[in-house]
Design a protein around this ligand. Structure first.
Ligand SMILES: [Zn+2]
Length: 114
């Protein structure tokens, strides 16, 4: 059985993967279900960061994270992906998107209380 932290990690990776797919399809016109090499590299990088994230227990998502472990060029790319895919997630994957927003907001409140 996967722990709660592992489940959270898997969910984060799924959300990031979906967002990169939406971005790549919309901006780079890649066929659905495929990623261009650039987005594939970003996706691999995001999965690796998530795997190694030591703060998984305390945060839902990298946007809530105080460390911002992404290195420069990847950070720029992922920000573009988030900006593009964020609103579109509501159309494509409403349940996932709403849960993500809700969990992020909850964690921000908890962080502010500390
Ligand atoms: Zn792409």
């Amino acid at each position: 059985m996967a722990s709660a932290v592992e489940k959270k990690r898997q969910r984060e990776q799924k959300v990031v993967g979906q967002m990169i797919a939406i971005y790549c399809h919309g901006v780079h016109h890649t066929p659905t279900g495929q990623l261009c090499p650039q987005c594939q590299a970003l996706n691999n990088y995001a999965m690796e960061r998530s795997d190694k994230c030591p703060f998984m227990q305390e945060k839902t998502f990298c946007s809530n994270c105080k460390v911002h472990c992404y290195r420069g060029d990847m950070a720029t790319q992922i920000r573009q992906v988030m900006r593009y895919a964020g609103p579109r997630m509501l159309l494509h994957h409403p349940v996932m998107a709403i849960r993500h927003v809700w969990e992020s907001a909850k964690e921000k409140r908890q962080q502010n209380r500390r």
